[in-house]
Design a protein around this ligand. Structure first.
Ligand code: SF4
Length: 340
């Protein structure tokens, strides 16, 4: 299949517009790229004027579903002068309130993809985050939007207050049931100027350390791969957040890489164990997986050295995420989705 070329993404920000209430962890003013007080119309002109190729416009940072229909219409009309270069529009929003008029407006405006924030499928956690809806209400919106023909994505989180292994298992079950087209996975970090910051200061919230956040995200990542769900982002990137406003928590500018490397290393370690822990191991792999084998700052090489194992690698025509482990004791093929 020949894929159409990916369109350049032009993000436009509507900080906290339509939010109606503030989720306890959120402070959009520390999200990079918001351009300070730059008006929406200025953002549009800056992002779209002079374009000749079709772009994808993304409306981020607020809850478009929470805007009154006429206000939303007014915002979307501001895009009209640039219609010839707007190939498609995506939005991110809370799943509520679900207003059929609002959905019809965004559909007519050319929105094709909707990313819904769904940090957890545990109603107690959703309430603690002050999201203002339940899992059942989320499902009502999701199924409605699905029937309306939108491409749907989910933005989920790990490391939420009170989160347990059962919540992660529940998240995996819901991902299987929902089959979103896209997924973003964010570890919860404490941002300045949020209610979570106050809770953290009182000692009532303990964020995950980076290793545990990577492990939890990896569980969801592998599950998404098994389900054929495209993971488009893991963790806030340095482009997305102003780092100086992160008070605590598992922030890492290469979080997504850490998760992929963790998953790859786990698969290699299990192959090594199954081969009887030989003192020398050669991994044949797709060249794009070499960084995952080496690990962040060569961490995996050091881990093998500490185990007294000589690790080498060769590239071959293997699928991304799959490899062949060879030692004097034998060889075996494995993929990152085989087990975690
Ligand atoms: S997470 Fe989304 S809905 Fe919640 S306050 Fe932030 S922008 Fe609004």
């Amino acid at each position: 299949m020949v894929r159409p070329p990916r369109q350049t993404l032009v993000p436009l920000f509507l900080p906290h517009q339509g939010c109606q209430r503030r989720c306890i962890y959120c402070n959009q003013s520390v999200i990079a790229g918001l351009g300070g007080e730059e008006s929406f119309s200025n953002q549009i002109d800056r992002g779209l004027s002079g374009r000749t190729e079709p772009v994808e416009v993304a409306l981020y940072s607020g809850n478009l579903f929470g805007l009154p229909a006429d206000e939303l219409l007014g915002l979307l009309r501001m895009l009209e002068p640039y219609q010839p270069v707007i190939g498609s529009i995506r939005i991110s929003t809370k799943p509520v309130p679900l207003d059929e008029r609002v959905v019809a407006i965004i559909q007519q405006a050319g929105v094709r993809t909707i990313e819904l924030g769904m940090p957890s499928f545990n109603d107690g956690i959703l309430a603690a985050l002050d999201r203002g809806y339940t899992t059942a209400e989320f499902y009502t919106s999701y199924r409605y939007l699905e029937r309306a023909g939108f491409t749907l994505g989910l933005q989920v989180m790990v490391g939420l207050p009170g989160e347990t292994e059962a919540d992660l298992e529940s998240m995996r079950r819901h991902l299987s049931a929902l089959q979103p087209s896209l997924l973003r996975i964010y570890p919860l970090v404490v941002l300045e100027g949020t209610r979570l910051h106050g809770i953290f200061r009182r000692g009532d919230f303990h964020p995950l350390d980076i290793d545990e956040a990577v492990r939890r995200a990896a569980l969801l990542y592998v599950h998404a791969l098994l389900e054929g769900v495209t993971v488009i982002r893991m963790g806030l990137s340095a482009d997305e957040v102003l780092e100086q406003h992160i008070v605590a928590g598992p922030y890492h500018p290469s979080f997504g890489f850490l998760v992929k490397a963790y998953v790859f290393m786990n698969a290699v370690m299990s192959a090594w164990a199954d081969l009887g822990q030989p003192p020398a191991l050669t991994i044949k792999l797709n060249s794009s997986d070499i960084p995952h084998l080496i690990g962040y700052k060569r961490r995996h090489i050091e881990q093998f050295e500490e185990l007294g194992v000589r690790l080498s690698w060769e590239t071959g025509s293997l699928e991304k995420g799959c490899f062949v482990a060879e030692s004097q004791a034998g060889r075996m093929g494995r993929c990152i989705t085989d087990r975690l």
